[in-house]
Write a protein that binds this ligand. Structure first.
Ligand code: HDE
Length: 700
């Protein structure tokens, strides 16, 4: 029998629309068409005829190609893959896909930004969606998470307000893919429950280097239920094997123009190249009897459980190994729903989660035009579907027999699943109370975990947060809103508030709030370096005629062996002539790329005293940008000379010759000839370090 991972692909294959025989063009009715370039008209210059059914069908179909984009998370990219547990989780949950390490469950994952429309740029400052559909043997399970572990509001009834505030302003539809505007910050300044998530939004987590290099979180506290009916609270974490890495803000902004598809292209290219991204699924487990053991409420989605308090226990891994074949059919039409759960996974009374359990089905009905969207190939479970749900728009199944329960005429089918078997049973939580509209007092502390996040950051992360607040609030026209926000920040941390205030022209708040001391080191990017490899890192080598080809080859071979992608860039595409007189292929022309599209740059030398690329302004700009953005810069032989262009940026070039010198990710060796082992090791380490923050006046 095919493994479930294959079963999804087999099912998908059955929906492929290609004609393997490759027959001629037809209408939707299968009538062959001999000419699709001119409409049927009276004479060569006469009016078009109504009778041209092919013309009318073609235009009508085109007119109807669009569906409404998602009201949030409109822009996304997806991929198929599989999940396997490390060992049985039967002690905590009866979910079948978490029992057997030899069973792989197929998945589809969609990553997204939240604020911008479908056509907006990838590298905006925003939360990223991280939604996973597990096609389990017991039905579909959707873990619809984000790359932040906390949300902006506590109760789903506020969601329309929050989304209206962050979306482009209603009068002019500005800004696209950005939160730096008055209405969002007006909302934030009046709604301190947003602050914890806002800290994440101002941090580098909001500008990931790659979807493959970000964490995912279920956010809410969910509930595992085992075969005996025992519940355990659970928080879900995805941890990327490649580590968590971000862009710098200046770079992210430039990238929006240089390659608006930066993140989706990265995902696509990696999978196409067989570099399958991988995440570990971890859980934080809290026994039900410990529900009140914390100084925050487990039901409050603006809080995390610090990992130092409840460690994240790894339970399995997910690998994405297949790009979709059709963006619209699959990535656009995939429909996630928090209420798609399987036996062994249940909800809690988190009011945000409860609202989501209503909203996702509701939104699919309008977005996908009716109730039959679960028949679309990407949404179809691999588990059998039998019920009396019928008809409606876009019904594509041909049902037969009875359509009600109970029945005798249909042999009683489909019958109830037997109690105690594999059917879903809701956790029998006892609930008792008055009907009220009131936020729980246990949800009232908005500052201590916000401060914990700030306290946990490395100095460079704090600096980036301050600069992000200054950027965002600096774009807010209403000074009252700026000042009110800073007053809330003073409740979090006096120093944070003062540093932000200094940059946006509002008075520094006088009274600071409670001095919160708690920190969670697991929150800093410094603790999330992953496997430390440089796999799939993009390394630019700037080349020109006369360059030392041996140097390039020595670096290229080593970096390629480490899994990095090395590209030779020259002023024009085609070939260059190396110092040895041989011709070498250029991968891309410098004017078609930019430093922001690469992780590191190498400057090889030539036999003559001057650095070969120093005369090319594009090359100089490339290196300067890489340096400003904290990226590793390697230079060999006379290639080191180009670095003198960085002295105004604060670079102090070493006066030592013919040895490897490494300072803040700038690795040089003026020796001619192939790169030494020491140089290569040091350069690889610098690339693995991602960014180097101790440089002079770096552009964040
Ligand atoms: Fe969503 N959210 N959300 N959300 N959300 C949607 O569903 C909603 C929330 C998340 O790639 C919508 O199909 C409400 C938290 C992701 O297709 C919609 C509330 C988290 C995606 C919706 C939240 C998320 C969505 C829009 C507050 C992280 C993209 C289109 C009660 C845990 C899924 C759609 C994809 C999409 C509603 C809050 C994550 C309207 C009402 C918290 C990753 O149904």
């Amino acid at each position: 029998m095919a493994s479930p991972a294959d079963r999804k692909q087999e099912q998908r294959a059955a929906s492929r629309a290609d004609d393997p025989a490759g027959g001629p063009l037809t209408t939707d009715q299968g009538v062959e068409v001999d000419h699709t370039d001119d409409s049927l008209a009276v004479g060569e210059r006469g009016p078009t005829l109504m009778e041209d059914f092919h013309f009318r069908e073609k235009l009508t179909r085109f007119d109807h190609e669009r569906i409404p984009e998602r009201v949030v998370h409109a822009r996304g990219a997806g991929a198929y893959g599989w999940f396997e547990p490390y060992e049985s989780c039967a002690e905590f949950t009866r979910a079948a896909f978490l029992q057997d390490p030899s069973v792989r469950t197929p998945v589809f994952v969609r990553f997204s930004t939240v604020q911008g429309p479908k056509g907006s740029a990838d590298t905006v400052r925003d939360v990223r969606g991280f939604a996973t559909k597990f096609y389990t043997s017991e039905g579909n399970y959707d873990l619809v998470g984000n790359n932040f572990p906390v949300f902006f509001i506590q109760d789903g009834i506020k969601f329309p307000d929050f989304v209206h505030a962050v979306k482009p302003e209603p009068h002019n539809d500005i800004p696209t893919g950005a939160s730096a505007h008055d209405t969002l910050w007006d909302f934030v300044s009046l709604q301190p429950e947003t602050l914890h998530a806002i800290m994440w939004l101002m941090s580098d987590r909001a500008i990931p280097r790659s979807y493959r290099m970000m964490q995912g979180f279920g956010v809410h506290t969910f509930r595992f239920v085992n075969a005996e009916g025992r519940g355990t609270f659970v928080k879900f974490h995805w941890k990327p094997k490649l580590g968590v890495h971000s862009l710098v803000w200046d770079e992210a902004q430039e990238c929006q123009g240089r390659d608006p598809d930066f993140n989706r292209r990265d995902l696509w290219d990696a999978i196409a190249a067989g570099e399958y991204p991988e995440w570990e699924l971890g859980v934080q487990l809290v026994p039900e009897e410990d529900e009140f053991a914390f100084d925050f409420d487990l039901l409050d989605p603006t809080k995390i459980i610090p990992e130092e308090q409840v460690p994240v226990r790894p339970i399995g891994r997910m690998v994405l190994d297949r790009n979709p074949e059709n963006f619209f059919a699959e990535t656009e039409q995939v429909a996630f729903h928090t209420a798609n759960v399987v036996p062994g996974i249940d909800f809690t009374n988190d009011p945000l989660l409860q609202a989501r359990n209503f909203s996702y089905l509701d939104t699919q009905l309008i977005r996908l035009g009716g109730p039959n969207f679960s028949q679309l190939p990407v949404n179809r479970p691999v588990a059998p579907v039998r019920n009396n749900q019928r008809d409606g728009y876009h019904q594509s199944a041909i049902h037969s027999g009875t359509n009600y329960f109970p029945n005798s005429l249909g042999g009683g089918c489909p019958a109830h699943a037997g109690a105690g078997g594999s059917a879903y049973t809701h956790h029998a939580e006892r609930v008792d109370g008055h009907k009220i509209r009131r936020r729980s007092p246990s949800f009232q502390d908005h500052y201590s975990q916000t401060a914990m996040f700030w306290n946990s950051m490395a100095d460079w992360e704090k600096q980036h947060i301050v600069e992000a607040f200054r950027f965002e609030l600096g774009k807010v026209g209403a000074r009252t809103v700026r000042a009110r926000t800073v007053e809330h920040l003073a409740e979090v941390d006096g120093e944070l508030a003062a540093r932000v205030a200094q940059g946006i022209g509002v008075p520094e708040p006088s009274g600071a709030g409670a001095p919160y001391k708690q920190a969670s080191p697991a929150l800093s990017l410094e603790s999330l370096r992953g496997d430390g490899s440089i796999r799939t890192r993009q390394i630019a080598v700037l080349v020109t005629d006369g360059v030392d080809a041996e140097q390039i080859t020595s670096v290229r071979e080593r970096l390629a062996a480490e899994g990095a992608i090395v590209e030779a860039l020259a002023a024009t595409d085609g070939t260059i002539a190396g110092a040895d007189g041989e011709t070498y292929a250029v991968d891309r022309a410098l004017p078609t790329v930019a430093s922001v599209l690469y992780d590191a740059v190498l400057l090889p030398g030539g036999p003559v005293g001057t650095p070969p690329t120093a005369a090319d302004p594009d090359a100089v700009r490339f290196v300067r940008d890489a340096y400003r953005h904290g990226k590793p810069v390697g230079a060999l032989g006379s290639g080191v000379g180009i670095l003198s262009a960085l002295e105004p940026e604060g670079l102090r070039l070493s006066t030592e010759f013919h040895r490897v010198v490494s300072d803040q990710g700038v690795v040089t060796d003026t020796s001619p000839g192939p790169a030494s082992e020491e140089f290569l090791n040091t350069f690889v380490d610098a690339i693995a370090g991602h960014r180097h923050w101790g440089r002079g006046p770096v552009r964040h």
